[in-house]
Design a protein around this ligand. Structure first.
Ligand code: GDP
Length: 298
């Protein structure tokens, strides 16, 4: 089984092959910059980050009097690393008892899978975990979560036809009573209208805060790394409603292009706590800017 890093590399291979080949034997001229611009846009980096990187690169080439394409590639790598580094921030455990995390994301982003992976990650770090099945719209999802919890020694709080905010409130109360370290509150990803979804998520957040001062301490958004520029729109919309504290970007092992991280870093930076690099329970990694940039360029 290949390591997670090679799966990340494979996932980003489209972007990395265009980024590396365009420099091979190239002259440093407008054609090179044009090709680079296209490659960055195709990678989902978006207009803002693409222009930022191109301008920064041109400036470096001039100031440092770079003459070799290989040097330009290295300069680009450095610029990208500088851009992405502020996104790197570990999820700090043990700051609160319990630490309450609300998990949001549109259906299909990989939210359920990610909650499972995250629960496992937390258990591996000696944290007891309690789950609130707040996606009361999907009965099957709730049942699946309950079965999964039993198998993995994780209490799942759910209600048959409950109000998701009430489920979340119960879960926090229950975690306080039991001395559980971390509560993860799952939320719905689709409601009749986007506005309705945001209102419900805001209500869940508000009600959790009534059960425990300062909670939820973490409000995460799970996004599919293949969503392209729409990922940025999701970050903006969920952040406007909830004040996100972190992101988890999934499916970077698939056909993702990876540029979306640059777009987020430039236009709406929010820490990326983890990346998803597979469907299995262990396929979750803390985001590391250096590893990510290396995967794109090596
Ligand atoms: P939800 O609707 O947001 O809860 O999404 P799910 O957790 O059900 O995931 C949707 C699909 O994406 C499932 O087939 C998952 O196995 C898959 N998936 C989730 N995360 C990853 C990932 O990091 N890599 C890959 N390749 N697939 C993933």
């Amino acid at each position: 089984k290949p390591s997670w890093l090679s799966r990340l590399k494979a996932g980003l291979s489209k972007t990395s092959s265009s980024l590396t080949t365009l420099f091979v034997g190239a002259k440093i001229d407008d054609d090179l910059y044009d090709e680079l611009e296209t490659a960055l846009l195709i990678s989902d980096a978006g207009v803002e980050a693409t222009q930022f990187l191109l301008n920064g690169l041109k400036k470096k080439v001039k100031e440092e009097k770079l003459t070799e394409a290989e040097q330009v590639k290295t300069a680009l790598k450095m610029l990208l690393l500088e851009l992405l580094r502020p996104l790197q921030k570990p999820l700090e455990l043990g700051r609160h008892q319990p630490l309450v995390m609300m998990i949001s994301g549109v259906n299909g982003a990989g939210k359920t899978t990610t909650i499972g992976k995250l629960a496992k990650h937390l258990q591996n770090h000696q944290q007891s975990v309690l789950l609130a099945a707040g996606d009361t719209f999907r009965a099957a999802a709730r049942e699946q979560l309950t079965i999964w919890g039993e198998r993995n020694n994780i209490t799942v709080i759910s209600q048959e036809s409950g109000d998701p905010a009430a489920v979340a409130f119960d879960a926090v109360a229950s975690a306080k009573a039991r001395g559980t370290n971390v509560v993860m509150v799952d939320t719905a990803g689709r409601l009749p209208t986007q506005l309705h979804l945001m209102e419900e998520l805001k209500k869940i957040k508000r009600v959790i805060g009534k059960g425990m001062d300062g909670a939820p301490q973490e409000i995460l958004l799970v996004i599919d790394g293949n969503t392209g520029q729409n990922a940025l729109a999701q970050v903006k919309a969920f952040d406007a409603a909830l004040n996100l504290t972190g992101l988890i970007i999934t499916k970077l092992d698939g056909t993702a292009k990876g540029g979306v991280l640059a777009a987020i870093a430039k236009s709406h930076p929010i820490p990326v706590y983890f990346i998803g690099i597979g469907e299995q329970i262990e396929d979750l990694q803390a985001f590391n800017a250096q590893e990510f940039v290396d995967a794109l360029f090596d």
